[in-house]
Ligand binder design. Structure first.
Ligand code: SF4
Length: 213
């Protein structure tokens, strides 16, 4: 890989914290409920460390160990070099993040990058996971000037990799989410609760949302 650091250079040249405000993981949270992202930024000291979060970190560490011993077959590749926990940033999107794994491959005659996002979920890939992956793809393209036509969601419990085409539409939707989050944070106006109130039942911020249950 080796090519950063147009973005790092921008930071050195005086990029402000605001330029880097949006974390890619916020897209997933925003799709779940915009108010969660509002709480995370506007009331940053409130977030508890849940058992689920701790379990997620431990599971990711385990899957990284196992990855080292596995072939790239799950990703439809014969050859490639894996890198873990790759930091990413984008001047264009104004986002920062970290990709669980990036595979660099020349297979098929084209040098390209493949982001892989490890998930604890047992369910089918929701749109929110795909948006996050699209953001990683765009950020990698910007940093390394290599194409990222697809990525994978790796479901840890099922040990299954799902290929996601990073289409124009998915990228456009991801950009729209980033802009919506930025607009919400600029106004600091609390958004309405999610209309899907079943999500509130196990939400870690439920005690702050007096208007939902
Ligand atoms: S309790 Fe419901 S409305 Fe409030 S942040 Fe959680 S999911 Fe959103």
């Amino acid at each position: 890989m080796s090519k950063p650091d147009r973005a790092a250079a921008v930071l050195d040249m005086g990029g402000t914290e605001d330029d880097w405000k949006i974390r890619v993981t916020d897209l997933k949270q925003y799709a779940f409920c915009p108010r969660v992202v509002y709480y995370m930024y506007c009331l940053p000291n409130l977030r508890p460390t849940t058992y689920k979060m701790e379990a997620g970190i431990a599971a990711q560490e385990r899957v990284t160990e196992l990855e080292e011993r596995r072939s790239l077959h799950a990703y439809g590749l014969q050859e490639g070099e894996r890198r873990y926990y790759v930091p990413v940033y984008s001047v264009t999107l104004g986002c920062v993040g970290q990709v669980d794994m990036v595979i660099e491959t020349h297979e098929g005659g084209e040098r390209r990058l493949v982001p892989v996002d490890f998930k604890l979920s047992r369910r089918e890939p929701g749109r929110h996971f795909q948006l996050q992956l699209a953001c990683y793809g765009m950020m990698l393209e910007e940093m390394y000037e290599l194409p990222v036509p697809e990525g994978f969601l790796y479901f840890i419990p099922a040990r299954r990799a799902e290929k996601i085409a990073l289409t124009k539409r998915l990228r456009r939707d991801a950009r729209a989410y980033v802009e919506a989050i930025r607009a919400m944070l600029q106004t600091q106006r609390m958004p309405p609760p999610t209309p899907r109130r079943a999500r509130c039942v196990n939400c870690e911020y439920r005690r702050f949302c007096n208007d939902v249950l």
